[in-house]
Design a protein around this ligand. Structure first.
Ligand SMILES: Nc1ncnc2c1ncn2[C@@H]1O[C@H](COP(=O)(O)OP(=O)(O)OP(=O)(O)O)[C@@H](O)[C@H]1O
Ligand SMILES: O=C(O)[C@H](O)CO
Length: 480
């Protein structure tokens, strides 16, 4: 690995470190006498605290919370990703103590609901219904929570629900669309977990992995009133031409608007306090700090990226070309158009134009692009984006070293074992010089296959489960 790619990895890892769940939790919650203080809100502990949780970052959140609560914690149940305990076996400080009062249930391999996750969700439901009035329930939520809290509405089976969500995801549905469908078909999502806990004080601590932190979509908003229209889920399935694959029984629930709990919006949920403890803004800040330390002039472009990977790679290519050619007017135009059509928080073009072009530059983007999987290959949106951006860079005749990293902060890109990949201005010509054609891999959505054989996997970003999750980070460096 050369210095430039090491820099990219260091910047990414510092972004991830800035959203370590145990740190975010410790910054938000404390106990003072008989009171639980969450941010600046005080909750008197009349009896006990109970904990439930589900998500990719919940292990760290729960371990830290147990330390903070001490004897105020009665017990808890958390569903966490398959194999996460083994992944952290060498980091005992991140693992639950031997006498933990929280039961951790691993499940949802490859981020898909399975029987383990279902059993865990049932235990969570039972615990909530069995806790007496006057207690506090703390709900820990992070991305990946939807797959780790799967109880389909009767009589839908887990297989039926999972097949539909998988098809929607492959067809390019956004997470907001996926979770609209999940809310309609699930027993605990869309505010229904909170309705079960109406007799308790509910405090929900949320690590956001959805663009712009909409509480009702993160992990499908189990403690947030659901304001979806009754036919919203059906319309989404129809938009992706998937009505034909929907079993009759699922269809029946999709068209129902009188199932009693489909729309929980009427309720104010005044027994619930939802609070976001971290998001991708914090990850961007961590990445910026590291980039500056390494001597880069740095800016966060936007943290609301949601475009299709193909479109986004062209956008990044165009951006780099306009910066390198110092095309002031075109750059301003690009930014103006993008801000009105796509990401309203896009930084001002002037911030980049003020950079000294003779010195290194680092641009950071954050969010969650979408991708329509048509091929039979293996990959993830980050690896595919890195490869596509490399193709864009190859089209330009540039003399500066331009590098690009795209990786998921959870450490897992799609159904693969890597976080993402690095691309650069000469990757495509290097690959072609040894007889590898990147376009063939892209056509088959086989970015993992490409990076496996290209330079023996050197351009993968490999972290394993990071224990946190605030979507993807994109890092571009331009070095004279
Ligand atoms: N062969 C492939 N090539 C590229 N991307 C793929 C491929 N197969 C699946 N994907 C992408 O992987 C993503 C699904 O993976 P996963 O469920 O881990 O997503 P996630 O957004 O990281 O999860 P979560 O939001 O729950 O944390 C989708 O964006 C999907 O399009
Ligand atoms: O679990 C989920 O629903 C996604 O990660 C979004 O929060």
């Amino acid at each position: 690995m050369n210095t430039n790619s090491q820099h990219l990895s260091q910047i990414f890892m510092q972004g991830v470190a800035a959203v370590r769940p145990e740190i975010l939790l410790a910054n938000t919650v404390r106990i003072e006498n008989d009171n639980l203080i969450v941010n600046n809100n005080t909750f008197h502990i009349k009896k006990h605290c109970y904990v439930v949780g589900f998500g990719k970052a919940v292990l760290g959140m729960a371990v830290q919370l147990e330390k903070i609560l001490g004897s105020a914690l009665s017990c808890g149940i958390a569903t966490v990703p398959q194999d996460i305990l083994r992944t952290f076996a060498t980091l005992p400080e991140l693992l639950p103590p031997p006498n933990t009062r929280i039961t951790f249930i691993e499940g949802a391999k490859d981020n898909l609901p399975d029987l383990n996750a279902l059993n865990g969700a049932v235990k969570i439901r039972d615990l909530i219904t069995n806790v007496d009035e006057g207690n506090i329930l703390i709900v820990l939520i992070s991305g990946g929570g939807s797959a780790l809290l799967p109880i389909p509405k009767q009589p839908i089976t887990l297989e039926e629900k999972t097949a539909l969500i998988k098809s929607l995801s492959k067809a390019g549905a956004t997470i907001v669309e996926l979770n609209t469908v999940r809310k309609k078909l699930s027993e605990l999502k869309g505010g229904r977990l909170a309705l079960l806990a109406k007799h308790l004080t509910v405090i929900t601590l949320i690590l956001s992995d959805v663009i712009d932190d909409p509480l009702d979509y993160i992990a499908s908003g189990p403690t947030v009133p659901n304001s979806d229209e009754p036919d919203a889920a059906l319309n989404i399935i129809s938009k992706y031409h998937l009505l034909d694959i929907v079993p009759d029984i699922v269809h029946k629930i999709l068209i129902s608007d009188t199932d009693g709990s489909a729309n929980t919006n009427g309720s104010q949920f005044d027994w619930v306090y939802n609070v976001v403890i971290g998001n991708n803004k914090m990850a961007c800040e961590g990445a910026v700090e590291q980039a500056k330390k390494l001597g880069y002039q740095t800016v966060v472009l936007t943290r609301l990226i949601s475009a299709d990977v193909g479109y986004l790679s062209e956008w990044y290519g165009r951006l780099v070309r306009l910066i390198i050619t110092c095309s002031q007017l075109e750059l301003q135009e690009l930014f103006q158009q993008t801000r009105s059509n796509l990401w309203y928080d896009l930084v001002n073009a002037d911030e980049i134009l003020n950079f000294d072009m003779e010195k290194p530059i680092c641009l950071i983007g954050a969010g969650e692009p979408t991708l329509v999987v048509r091929g039979k290959g293996r990959g993830g949106r980050n690896q595919e984006l890195a490869l596509r951006v490399s193709l864009e860079l190859d089209k330009m005749n540039i003399t500066k070293k331009v590098m690009f990293l795209s990786a998921g902060t959870d450490g897992i890109d799609g159904p693969t074992d890597v976080a993402g990949a690095i691309g650069d201005w000469r990757l495509v010509s290097d690959a072609r010089s040894v007889g590898i054609e990147p376009i063939e891999f892209i056509s088959n959505n086989d970015s993992y296959g490409f990076y496996t054989i290209f330079k023996d996997g050197e351009y993968f970003v490999k972290t394993g489960h990071t224990g946190t999750n605030v979507m993807d980070l994109h890092i571009i460096t331009i070095v004279p």
